[in-house]
Design a protein around this ligand. Sequence first.
Ligand code: F6P
Length: 317
Amino acid sequence: MKIAVLTSGGDAPGMNPAIRAVVRAAINSGHEIYGVMDGYAGLVSGSFEKMSRKSVSEILDKGGTILGTARLKEFNKPEVRQIAIHNLREEGIEALVVIGGDGTYRGAEALTEMGFPVIGLPGTIDNDLPCTDYTIGFHTALETIVDALDKIRDTSSSHQRCSIVETMGRHCGDLAVSAGLSCGAEFIITPEHPMNKEDIIERLKIHKSEGRRNAIIVITENVCNVHEFAEEITAKSGFACRATVLGYVQRGGSPCAEDRILAGRMGAYAIDLLSQGISGVAVGIQSNKMVHYPFSKVLASKTEPMDEIFELATKIR
Ligand code: F6P
């Protein structure tokens, strides 16, 4: 079978190991494999490249994606997807593996509905996809955030400051909750676990009066303007407060072992599914087992918030 692979949406550490697994597993199972450049944009422009074992040599430890990625809004138009399917068929490609987040899955579901076989792998630091316990990239981004928080704690403590640190996650608090627990953050604020600003300021005042030298607030992006909140804390709590937005450092860097293993398992599983004639599904990991569900089910489901980790962070603070 001729199979193509692409990465789409925000890059995530572990995309390269996932591409490598798809390419090597496909070749080892007797398939031909093509790389598509820059996500769905490459399907539309017909940017395909035949891949060999060597094309994916020495990429296990590389951040980003060797195939490039993009967010293509126009892919929600049937006529644009029709061009993509035409280009795939012209090249003789019979199936596609896409690695990305929910936007990527929406494109994959639409291609499936138009009769083209697609398998999805969850590739995003946000861990915001349902039907999988973890997404490829989450654990590496978490390590990056933990490293940053430990460093910020050094400076906060030396200067007796409060630090508010904004993580990525879009509308999902998993990165903030997991990093907050790992670093003993005094406050964790996420879309699923919001907090009243006045309440935080009151608790910081108590903190100060108890002689505590610093406080860390970890907060998911899009919850509030962290720079304004830092000013408010400085004005009202007795702690000078600084805001740090971690930004793209969370998306880059060498994938950690956990992400490399996850990417390897998921990539090989995708090829097994295609070899068995199964498509139109997204791959996941649940209770350490590989699973797959139709895109329609995944896109209609909700993620489980990390309530237990959040509560644990409070209990052992
Ligand atoms: O989905 C990954 C992510 O980094 C989110 O955490 C963030 O909200 C978004 O992508 C940023 O998107 P862009 O790549 O357009 O800056």
